[in-house]
Design a protein around this ligand. Structure first.
Ligand SMILES: Nc1ncnc2c1ncn2[C@@H]1O[C@H](COP(=O)(O)OP(=O)(O)OP(=O)(O)O)[C@@H](O)[C@H]1O
Ligand SMILES: [Mg+2]
Length: 394
């Protein structure tokens, strides 16, 4: 087992496209790191460079203590699990899992031991004599994992290994893979474009955009303290509500002027973000997660100057709670930061003067389309970004 270290790694494809820029990452021995980002941001490219399937245009890659930039893939001591895990259909599960060891001319008894050990971990023991055609999708995926496990590599590299499975199986397999990784303690880099997968599986999550690393942190930290607008908008489902607001000095302290109101920011909150004062008089971006906007009917004592008025556009009753989509009279944030996180076109920014937001209320809140609601803002949990999309902290 080993750590994997990337130092200022770059990738230019032969056609001149620069896919990865100065990527530095240190994955500790035994760590599960998830690389996440929208389609085309360079995740597979980064992983394939670690695997040795793509050349490295610049920078250094270490596995263990060894610089492996020019080491052949088969000599890097890694095992890769892909989305398209082609199993040999005419071979049994046992033969599929044993295949790489057989090629390496590993001793017969040793092969049996390793295959049975892998089968135990993967709960495949009773299927060892079946052929892939007689297995479910999830079981086939576990066989593919088995082929990687028996090689006892220094690191696992996984590129969207679950994306061919249906939604329910994907949820089940993601906790399976996380469990197996913990049990084996093998350093793992796992690529996905699914931020929920990233949040639930990784010890740490590395967020990429356009070939550039944005932030690496533990999942909860990433969720609570995004460094920039892109990470704020990408991590979380439903995503963070974002709108423009004017930061004003109201005499007795700072306030966010939005939707015709002043939302007072308590001094204690300003004290946590000393850099905020320098932004007084400017338009900034205010972010608030759906769970941090509350139903006024449940918070009668909430201060009047910490409320955000909006109108209900759509109500989704989900059983456990109500997802309420509202319109707020505030200029929306439709910069490239936000567009890059969405697969759908968001329309022109100029024409829009209201922002769409999402909040979560209790299941029997009785909210109806057209209702005007003064949402209670949990001001301790506000996220604030400057004009460049950088989190204002200090
Ligand atoms: N062989 C190549 N030559 C030129 N450009 C390439 C090549 N392979 C990939 N790219 C480009 O590099 C960028 C990153 O591709 P990559 O496959 O790493 O993205 P990704 O993050 O894995 O995306 P996805 O989530 O869709 O798998 C893309 O813009 C892609 O078009
Ligand atoms: Mg990819």
């Amino acid at each position: 087992m080993a750590q994997v270290v990337l130092e200022d790694v770059n990738k230019s494809y032969p056609n001149g496209y620069h896919a990865i820029t100065d990527l530095s990452l240190q994955i500790s021995d035994g760590e599960f790191l998830v690389l996440v980002g929208p389609s085309g941001c360079g995740k597979s490219t980064a992983l394939r460079m670690v695997a040795g399937l793509e050349t490295i245009s610049g920078g250094t890659l270490r596995i263990g203590d060894r610089v492996v930039n020019d080491v052949h893939p088969t000599d890097r001591d890694i095992a890769m699990v892909f989305q398209n895990y082609a199993l040999y259909p005419h071979m049994t599960v046992r033969q599929n899992i044993a295949f790489a060891l057989k090629l390496k001319k590993v001793d017969r008894a040793e092969i049996d031991t390793r295959v049975e050990e892998a089968a135990r971990i993967l709960e495949l023991t009773e299927y060892l004599d079946r052929k892939p055609g007689q297995l479910s999708g999830g079981q086939r995926q576990r066989v593919a994992m088995g082929r990687a496990i028996v090689r006892r590599p220094a690191a696992f590299l996984m590129d969207e290994p679950l994306s061919n499975l249906d939604a329910k199986l994907r949820v089940q397999m993601r906790s399976e893979i996380a469990r197996i990784q913990r049990e084996l303690g093998v350093t793992t880099i796992y690529v996905t474009h699914d931020q929920v997968e990233a949040m639930t599986m990784g010890d740490r999550v590395a967020v990429m955009r356009r070939g550039v690393l944005q932030q690496v942190d533990a999942p909860q930290h990433l969720y609570d303290h995004p460094d920039n607008l892109f990470v704020a908008a990408f991590i979380g489902s439903p995503s963070m509500n974002l709108m423009h607001a004017d930061l004003v000095d109201a005499g007795d302290g700072l306030a966010l002027r939005v939707a015709g109101r002043d939302i007072r920011i308590p001094d204690a909150v300003v004290a946590q973000r000393p850099a905020l004062r320098a932004h007084a008089g400017r338009t900034i971006v205010m972010g608030i997660r759906p769970e941090d906007l509350h139903n006024p009917a449940e918070r009668p004592d909430h201060p009047a100057d910490q409320r955000l008025p909006g109108t209900v556009d759509l109500v989704e009753e989900l059983g456990s709670d109500m997802m309420i989509h509202m319109r707020v009279d505030a200029r929306p944030v439709l910069t490239d930061d936000i567009r890059d996180t969405s697969d759908e076109p968001l329309g022109p920014a100029e024409a829009r003067t209201s922002s769409d937001i999402t909040v979560r209320f209790g299941p029997r809140s009785g909210v109806r389309v057209g209702d005007a609601i003064d949402l209670c803002v949990d001001v301790d949990r506000l996220h604030l970004f400057d004009a460049d999309g950088t989190a204002i902290r200090g």
